[in-house]
Write a protein that binds this ligand. Structure first.
Ligand code: SIN
Length: 561
């Protein structure tokens, strides 16, 4: 094994801190692998399976128990054109239309082109999709021109998908799984990603040296006060990729799901768009429908339109929520089709067949992320990316409902396969090296981390939410940087500390890019910019850590420079 030049990061400035933790490769436990996959949602699990099928040694790192991810909480389903009324062309058209012209057409072609293959494979692996008689049952969701959303156990598609993928991962002899293992940072040496430094309560700090690393760490809804995302969605992958020098794009594009259960004091929880797809109506506290005033497709308009309409209607009527009226179903039918939602509502004493369901929008999905090519590669050699943390350009400015599980499956398989091909070309010695990080001791006072997290999430909700203005975004960046001076110059030794640092780093990127995009498009609504005055050409905004700190840039529609 040849030793490569030592690389020591000694940093002082806020945006220069390369690693969140102190470590020395001579003193830290080591693991070696061909392919390291970070994240066990649909994209990570699928990437690991693909890699394990083609190389001997794959490591899968999961922040929580394997399979605990946003995938698990997905209700609606997986989009796949398979009825006589449907076609791949229609699926592509819907994806492009809902993406408001910002989609990368090549990525959309791949997503839709590989869909049936990935779905058939899941069925062969034991996934039980719901059926109408012999045929697979298909439902409709916002933005789809026909019914094409496949689902499982009514409203537990993500849970069933996570079960199938995790069973397969666990049974795979070539995949080693590290559960409850936190990604602290991606390790780079001379600009090349050579693995990651992780922490788990069982193994402590570990250096996982990998010929190729696939980042599939999922989303970041938790940077918002109101979100459908589980607790682990704190954006660790985006922040680690940024520190490592990755280029991120469309990071200002945050999708808000129109309907999460609103019970004051309780965390928001998803009420699937499929509920509207199957006929439920949105009404206000007077029982009056309002969506047809906002869009001809009313309740089934694209997600960004419905979220904005609800937000505006709540403001106009000075209320905290609107309601889903599912009375047309009958209690029994609703409970059969949506058993999980029925139970969740029952826990709050809401009888869905007979009573209205209080709902309001919440942060749901990060449309942007680490810029990846169609094969999953990024601007950093040795680092690939897939799933929600990636930006293939497939979603444009607004993701079409139920395209995200599909994206995880399609681009997870692609990234896993590419990683193996590249790992076989990587010289072994490039995976090893002498690397250390020494952060200076903070001279600044301690802040209450929980208080910072809560304040940050409220700030993001107020100022970088469904409606945005340039002034408020600029002010938010100042506030976040102020907090950052106190929190990002500390060296923590626990997950809550690292998570808070990541949440601050990512939020700063979101508000900076959102300030930069002076137009309203898709999920990004700049209410201070008159639509008629801003016929800005379509481009992707990028953020990247440069020598002088955060650098903003632009890419063309197909990610050309
Ligand atoms: C839902 O069931 O409404 C969520 C589906 C998705 O986010 O694609």
């Amino acid at each position: 094994m040849a030793l490569i030049l030592p690389c020591v990061a000694v940093t002082t400035l806020y945006d220069d801190r390369r690693y969140l933790t102190n470590f020395d490769s001579w003193l830290t436990g080591h693991v070696f692998t061909d392919v390291l996959v970070i994240g066990s949602g649909s994209a990570g699990a699928r990437a690991a399976i693909e890699a394990g099928d083609h190389t001997d040694n794959v490591v899968l790192v999961c922040k929580g128990p394997a399979g605990e991810s946003t995938t698990r909480y997905a209700q609606g389903g997986v989009a796949n054109a398979r009825s006589a009324q449907d076609s791949s062309d229609k699926h592509i058209d819907d994806t492009l239309r809902v993406g408001c012209g910002l989609c990368r057409p090549r990525a959309v072609d791949v997503l839709v082109g590989d869909a049936t293959r990935r779905i058939e494979e899941l069925i062969a692996w034991g996934m039980h999709f719901d059926r109408d008689g012999e045929e697979l049952a298909l439902t409709r969701e916002g933005g789809h021109s026909v019914s094409r959303v496949m689902h499982a156990e009514g409203d537990a598609t993500g849970l069933e998908l996570a079960r199938v993928l995790c069973d397969r991962v666990r049974q795979h002899e070539r995949i080693r799984i590290f559960e409850d293992c936190f990604l602290i940072d991606l390790i780079t040496n001379e600009g090349r990603c050579v693995g990651a430094i992780t922490y788990s309560s069982v193994y402590g700090h570990q250096l996982i040296w990998a010929r190729q690393t696939v980042l599939a760490s999922g989303g970041a809804g938790r940077i918002y006060r109101e979100t459908s995302n589980p607790a682990l969605a704190t954006g660790d992958g985006y922040a680690a990729a940024y520190r490592a020098g990755s280029r991120l794009a469309d990071i200002e594009m945050v999708q808000f799901h129109p309907t999460t259960l609103y019970v004051a004091g309780a965390a928001r929880a998803l009420i699937s768009e499929a509920v509207r797809g199957e006929g439920a109506l949105l009404v206000d506290r007077d029982g009056t429908r309002f969506m047809d005033a906002y869009h001809p497709d009313a309740e089934l308009a694209p997600r960004d339109v419905v979220s904005r309409a609800i937000f505006a209607h709540m403001r106009d009527t000075q209320t905290n929520c609107v309601f889903l009226d599912a009375g047309g179903f009958g209690a029994e039918k609703f409970a059969k089709r949506f058993p999980g939602i029925t139970k969740m509502c029952k826990d709050f004493q809401i009888d869905v067949g007979r009573e209205l369901i209080p709902v309001r929008p919440a942060a749901h999905y990060m449309v942007g992320g680490v810029v990846t090519d169609i094969d999953g590669t990024t601007n950093i050699e040795g680092l690939l990316c897939c799933g929600e943390v990636a930006c293939t350009g497939v979603h444009g400015a607004n993701r079409l409902a139920s395209n995200s599980l599909l994206e995880g499956l399609v681009f997870g398989a692609i990234a896993g396969r590419t990683a193996v091909t590249l790992a076989k070309q990587s010289p072994e010695e490039q995976s090893h090296g002498s690397i250390s990080s020494v952060n200076p001791k903070s001279q600044r006072t301690e802040l209450d981390l929980q208080d910072i997290r809560n304040s940050l999430r409220s700030l993001m909700w107020r100022n970088a939410g469904i409606e945005r203005t340039g002034d408020r975004l600029a002010e938010s960046r100042e506030i976040i940087e102020f907090w950052g001076h106190y929190v990002l110059d500390k060296t923590f030794d626990d997950v809550p500390g690292w998570e808070t640092q990541n949440m601050l780093s990512l939020s700063r990127l979101v508000v900076t890019a959102a300030r930069e995009r002076e137009q309203s498009i898709g999920v990004h609504s700049r209410v201070d910019v008159d639509a008629a005055d801003s016929p800005a050409p379509l481009h992707h905004i990028t953020v990247q850590r440069g020598d002088d700190g955060l650098q903003l840039g632009r890419l063309g529609l197909d990610f050309e420079s």
